[in-house]
Ligand binder design. Sequence first.
Ligand code: PEP
Length: 249
Amino acid sequence: MRRKLAAGNWKMNGTAAALPELQSLAGSFPDASVDVLICLPATLLHRAAETVKDTGISVGGQDCHAAESGAHTGDVSAQMLIDAGASAVILGHSERREDHGEQNDDVRAKARAAMDTGLKAIICVGESLEQREAANTLDIIGGQLSGSIPDQSTGENLIVAYEPIWAIGTGKVPTLDEIGEVHDFIRARLERRFGEGVGRSVRLLYGGSVKPGNAAEIFAVSNVDGALVGGASLKAEDFSGIIDALQKA
Ligand code: PEP
């Protein structure tokens, strides 16, 4: 059985003044029956980890460098994330691929570093609107999966997030059939590459304009094991609605 996961991505939002949101989130779910993870700016990680200590909520990073340490000004290593209290890291988000030119190879190297260090890697894949309209979605996703996911992946250290780029922060969401088609495809690819046991144990998240109002129907789609949530994870009230929907799914 795959344990369901509600993961928040605060992106480049939040200072210490936002930490009470985590406290109220923890207060709304003293005994969540699903995993809850919030991926924060690196500057907040340590304080956030302290804030949610013993609450069942975990914290994660949004990127890490592939190297253990060294001359990489401004970067953060996987070990540094762990040191700050993280248990997971988002890798290959489309905003990183776009803003920093990250390629599949870069994402795979970062994922290796994360997994070697003991972090769960949430690897993001997703097509642009142009690619979807040209009926290239599955080819693009297939290439991202084979290029970005390292061989050492298991159901413990890998989570895949399907995030159509055109659905992120736009309020647009694919149809439930479109989400199901991609999630079934990802599952089949993972089973083919890693065998049924591992392939079936990796959690698959949907991301892109998930809100309390649409979460329940998305969570009912086959092979959707939870969500990666941007905007709606910033407010405890909104994210609680999504967690609630996941608990009932
Ligand atoms: C994201 O950036 O991972 C995301 C899914 O954003 P949003 O929920 O705001 O669309």
